[in-house]
Design a binder for this molecule. Structure first.
Ligand code: GCO
Length: 269
C-alpha cells in the first residue's frame, strides 16, 4: 500500500469524545482533514454550537452530540444513531477527561469518582460499545488519550494519575484481547500542552512573573516549550490509519522529550 493511501482515512467514521475544544478538537480536525467523517460529543449545548462553527471554519463537516460520556445508555444511543446515519464507528478516540487538582487527603470521594468515571470508565463504556461491530468487520482503531500521568505522579493529581495509569493498562488489555480481530488499540500520551485544562499552570503571577510551574515544565522539556494541540494531529492520524496496522498496545508519548530527560540544570546563582 502506498504511503499516501496508508495515511488516508477516506470512508472511515471517526468518533472523538470530548472534542468541542482543545486536544480533542485538534485530533478530530486532523482525522477530518485526513478524510474521515467526524463525529464528536461534548457535555453542553453552548460548547456544541461553538465547536460546530469552528469545525466549519476549518472546512470540517462534523456531527456533534450533547450527552454524558459516563452514562452507558446515552453512549449506546449515540453509537446506534451514528451507525444508522453514517455507518459503524471505525475509529474511536477516547479523549473526554476532567481533572481535579487537590491534595489527596483533601479530595472527596465524589471528586475522585467523577475523575475516574470521566477519564477511565468512559473509555470502557465507549470501547465496549464499538467493539462488537469492529470484531464483526475484523477492523477497528481505538485511541486512548493517556498522559504524562500514565507514567509519573505529582502533587494534587491523584485521581487523574490513577485514571490515566489505568487507561494505559486498559489500552494494553484491549490490544491483547482484540488484536486477533485486526483491531488496534493504542494510546497518545500528551506532554504539557497549552489548553484550557492546563491554563491554571501557565497563568502569570499577580506580579506578572512567569508561573513557577511554567518555568519547571520548560526546564523538564528538551524542546524548551509547551506543546500545542496541533502537535497531536500527526500522531493521531498515524494511529487512526493503516500506517499503524502493526502497532498495538503502544502509548505514543508526544511530550517534547519530557519522559526522556532528567531536566535542565538551574542557572547557577
Ligand atoms: C497537571 C496537568 C497534566 C497535563 C497532562 C500531562 O496538572 O499536571 O494537567 O496532567 O494535563 O495530562 O500529560
Amino acid at each position: 500500500m502506498e504511503c499516501k493511501e496508508m495515511f488516508s482515512l477516506e470512508g472511515k467514521v471517526a468518533l472523538v469524545t470530548g472534542a468541542s475544544h482543545g486536544i480533542g478538537f485538534a485530533i478530530a480536525s486532523a482525522l477530518g482533514e485526513a478524510g474521515a467523517k467526524v463525529v464528536f460529543n461534548c457535555h453542553s449545548k453552548e460548547h456544541l454550537s461553538k465547536a460546530l462553527s469552528q469545525y466549519r471554519d476549518e472546512g470540517i463537516v462534523a456531527t456533534g452530540y450533547v450527552n454524558d460520556v459516563t452514562d452507558e445508555r446515552q453512549m449506546h444511543e449515540m453509537i446506534e444513531d451514528i451507525k444508522r446515519r453514517f455507518g459503524a464507528v471505525d475509529i474511536l478516540v477516547n479523549n473526554a477527561a476532567t481533572i481535579k487538582r487537590l491534595p489527596m487527603h483533601e479530595m472527596s470521594l465524589e471528586d475522585w469518582k467523577k475523575v475516574i468515571d470521566t477519564d477511565l470508565t468512559s473509555a470502557f463504556i465507549m470501547s465496549k460499545a464499538v467493539l462488537p461491530d469492529m470484531v464483526e468487520r475484523r477492523s477497528g482503531k481505538i485511541i486512548n488519550l493517556c498522559s504524562m500521568m500514565s507514567e509519573l505522579g505529582r502533587e494534587t493529581v491523584s485521581a487523574y494519575a490513577a485514571a490515566k495509569g489505568g487507561l494505559k493498562m486498559l489500552t494494553r488489555n484491549i490490544a491483547s484481547e482484540y488484536g486477533k480481530y485486526n483491531i488496534q488499540c493504542n494510546g497518545i500520551g500528551p506532554g504539557y500542552i497549552a489548553t484550557s485544562q492546563t491554563a491554571p499552570l501557565l497563568e502569570r503571577l499577580p506580579d506578572g512573573k512567569r508561573n513557577p510551574f511554567d518555568s519547571f515544565i520548560l526546564s523538564k522539556t528538551p524542546a524548551g516549550r509547551w506543546g500545542t494541540p496541533d502537535d497531536l494531529k500527526g500522531p493521531a492520524v498515524f494511529l487512526a490509519s493503516s500506517a499503524s496496522d502493526f502497532v498495538n498496545g503502544h502509548i505514543l508519548y508526544v511530550d517534547g522529550g519530557i519522559l526522556a530527560y532528567l531536566g535542565r540544570m538551574p542557572e547557577s546563582e
